[in-house]
Every structure is written in structure tokens, then in C-alpha cells.
Design a protein around this ligand. Structure first.
Ligand code: CTP
Length: 396
């Protein structure tokens, strides 16, 4: 999708970089139109590097290609973040005295604005009237949030967080084929305590599971997302997602059991530790008392997915994941087919993991199988677009 990100001149322009990055990571072709004032807050090279495209500002550049309208005409979505009080006013009244104005006027694409300004400006009757006018015309506003502003003041006016803006904007254009569906997603990796300061765990970052939750929410689902030990910055703040934190497999089992009772679709993307220490030391294990070797006895954790399949309600769909280190494709598919049958899932999403693949990376490569082992789809690329391909199959 071609996304135009308009950046106007407020201090929140530095956060526009995160918005641009969010669309790029979701697999979109992003073109930034920045006002002159915006470029005093954030550098053109930054926006160009992140968007991977030239940044446009000038009305009198690219005249031969009629750029002042071409960008708007070809856009599938226009997002202005931040939208200052001045920019809101100009858009509300159809001003076309800069490239952002002409781009918006020349476009039929959905328009999403993320206002950012001081509380007094947001509350001013002129801004109130402009916002009402924009909403009446079907423009989507995301935020502003309430919180600390640039000076010592705080209150409504803070620009919404980039990931919230991206999710809300994609929800405006995307299919709503999961509207009314209740979806449970688990993500991340469980940690099994050894003593109060140590654990047995795995390298799952939670990115693919979170991407699935976000994609489902963007497509209209009501999502319950249970997360175990996500990497920093991965937790979503999107509308439509209820977040629950767990740590161990036992906690995940309890939380997933409760949430599954309410779900139409269960996606078990979490990497569950297969074993946990038999005994958890009450205090920190010390080298002095332990000596040169330490033996840990591990006992098997319950298979949460198998339990969910056994408790499956009428009409409920259960999707499992399989993370394998097997690199030979046929052997991988054999393992996966056996796993799908063993677990009794409706679908199994298979990906290879290794020292440098699968875990913690922005991209993923998957094969999706039916419960009986037929290949339904294969996808690779950013985890967000892989998530959408998986949901495409489930939507059918
Ligand atoms: N899973 C689970 N509970 C466990 C282990 C795994 O619910 N104790 C789920 C995972 O969330 C995933 C699926 O089962 O959806 C497959 O996980 P995976 O680790 O690939 O398979 P295992 O059953 O653990 O088999 P193995 O590790 O022997 O390959």
C-alpha cells in the first residue's frame, strides 16, 4: 500500500519517525511530505533513511511530474502526524498553500490525523470547531493523549504513540473481516524459575505473536493477548487489544484456559518452556555451597496447546505454532505434520528457528498447514505482513 505520511511543525515531529518506521515494517511504501517547519524539528536525512524514499516539502519541486497532486492521487492512505493546530485548521478549511495541503486536497484516500498541541490550543473553540468539521467529513483522529507536554505543563494534547497511530490508520483502510470475532493470542516465551534471580527460558521476543494480535485487532477483532516476557518495546498499545502479562508456563496455562473459554479463535504463538526446574530454591543458589557443578532436575510442563484443543468449544478454531531447527524442507514438513496430528490443532504455523533466525528478528518465514497436514499458505517478510497472510487463511 502507498502511504503518505504528512509531518507538520510541532515538537512531536520527532515521533513521526516512529510512525514512518511502523508503516515500513508493516510492509508499506511510505512517502513523507513534511512542512518547512517540520524539518526544523526533525532532519530530512532521518525521514529519508527510515522511509527509504525521498522526502517532499516543496510545492515547486517536481513540477514536470505534477507532484503537487500526484502524491495525493496515488496514495492509498494519508496520515498526518503530528497535526498541529495550524495544520488541523488548514486541512479543515481546504487550504492548499503547501505540498501537504495540495496532496490532501488532491486525494480520495482515507485521511488520519494525529493532533499534537498544547492543551489550551486543543481546547480553544476554533480548534474544537475544526475537529468537529473534520470528524463530520469522515476524517479519523487518533489522540491526542493526555500527559506531559513539552514545557512544564501536562494535559490533553500529547501526540498518540506511533504504534497506536499506525494501527488505527491501518484499521481504517484494512479489511474488517474479523469484526465481532473474539481472538486469544499468546506471545513471548515463558521463564521457569530456578531461584529468585535465575530462570530457564528461551529467546522468543514475542514479535510474531504481537503482530498477529495487532493484525487481528486492525481487522476488527476483539483481542485478548497474553504475553510472557516480551522484548522491550514489543508490547502493543493498540485499541482492541486487552493485554495480560504472565511469566511461567503454569501462569500461561491458567490464563489461557480462562481466556479461551471466551474466544472464537485461539492462536498459540508463545514459546512455552517444555521443562521447568523440579524444585525452586527459596534463596539464591551460592557457589560456595554448590561447588564446581550444579545439577538441575527438570520436569515436564503441561502441553498447554493440547489442553486447549481438548477443551475446545463448538465452533472454536485452535492454531498452533511449531518452531523447528530442521533446515531440510521435506524433513521440516514431516516434523510439522506429525506435530499437527499430535496436538490435534486445526492449523499449524511452522517456522524455522536457529541461532540467528526466527527469534527476535523483524522478519519471519512460515509455512501454514491444515490440521491434516496440507500446505495452505507460505509467507515471508516483515512479521506484520506474515501475520496478515496467516489471518487471510483463517478468515476464509
Ligand atoms: N506448546 C504448549 N505447551 C508446551 C509446549 C508447547 O502449548 N508445553 C505449544 C506452543 O505454544 C506451540 C506448539 O505447542 O503452539 C508447538 O510448540 P513446540 O515447542 O514447537 O512443540 P513441542 O510440543 O514443545 O514439541 P518439541 O519441542 O518436542 O518439538
Amino acid at each position: 500500500m502507498k502511504v503518505v505520511v504528512g509531518v507538520s511543525g510541532g515538537i512531536a515531529a520527532y515521533k513521526a519517525v516512529g510512525v514512518v518506521r511502523g508503516f515500513v515494517l508493516a510492509g508499506h511504501d511510505v512517502h513523507v511530505v513534511a512542512t518547512e517547519a517540520a524539518l526544523r524539528f526533525v532532519g530530512r536525512p532521518t525521514l529519508e533513511a527510515i522511509s527509504r524514499n525521498p522526502v517532499h516539502t516543496e510545492l515547486f519541486e517536481g513540477v514536470a511530474e505534477v507532484r503537487h497532486v500526484a502524491l495525493g492521487q496515488s496514495a492509498d492512505l494519508i496520515v498526518v502526524a503530528p497535526a498541529t493546530a495550524n495544520t488541523l485548521a488548514k486541512i479543515a478549511h481546504g487550504f492548499a498553500d503547501d505540498l501537504l495541503g495540495t496532496t490532501i486536497l488532491a486525494s480520495e484516500a482515507p485521511l488520519v490525523l494525529a493532533p499534537a498541541m498544547h492543551t489550551e490550543m486543543w481546547n480553544d473553540p476554533a480548534t474544537r470547531a475544526n475537529v468537529a468539521l473534520l470528524r463530520e467529513r469522515g476524517v479519523t483522529l487518533v489522540g491526542p493523549a493526555s500527559g506531559r507536554l513539552t514545557g512544564r505543563d501536562s494535559g490533553p494534547g500529547r501526540m498518540a504513540e506511533p504504534e497506536e497511530i499506525v494501527a488505527a490508520a491501518l484499521a481504517v483502510v484494512g479489511p474488517r473481516d474479523f469484526a465481532g470475532r473474539r481472538v486469544l493470542v499468546t506471545a513471548g516465551g515463558t521463564r521457569e524459575p530456578i531461584d529468585p534471580v535465575r530462570f530457564v527460558g528461551n529467546r522468543s521476543s514475542g514479535r510474531q505473536g504481537v503482530a498477529l494480535a495487532r493484525a487481528a485487532a486492525a481487522r476488527g477483532a476483539q483481542v485478548h493477548l497474553i504475553v510472557a516476557n516480551l522484548d522491550d518495546g514489543v508490547a502493543p498499545a493498540d485499541a482492541g487489544i486487552t493485554l495480560e502479562h504472565v511469566d511461567t508456563a503454569a501462569e500461561l496455562e491458567a490464563a489461557a484456559g480462562r481466556a479461551a473459554a471466551e474466544a472464537d479463535l485461539v492462536i498459540m504463538a508463545a514459546a512455552v518452556a517444555d521443562y521447568r526446574p523440579d524444585e525452586v530454591a527459596a534463596g539464591k543458589i551460592k557457589k560456595e555451597t554448590q561447588g564446581d557443578t550444579l545439577e538441575l532436575r527438570l520436569v515436564k510442563n503441561p502441553d498447554i496447546l493440547r489442553g486447549l484443543v481438548d477443551a475446545r468449544r463448538e465452533g472454536q478454531t485452535v492454531v498452533g505454532f511449531a518452531a523447528e531447527t530442521e533446515t531440510d524442507r521435506e524433513a521440516l514438513l514431516e516434523l510439522a505434520r506429525a506435530k499437527a496430528a499430535r496436538k490435534g490443532v486445526d492449523y499449524l504455523v511452522v517456522n524455522t528457528v536457529g541461532w540467528s533466525t526466527g527469534f527476535g528478528t523483524p522478519d519471519n518465514s512460515i509455512v501454514m498447514l491444515s490440521g491434516s497436514g496440507d500446505i495452505l499458505t507460505e509467507a515471508s517478510g516483515p512479521k506484520a505482513s506474515v501475520a496478515d497472510r496467516i489471518l487471510d487463511v483463517l478468515a476464509r
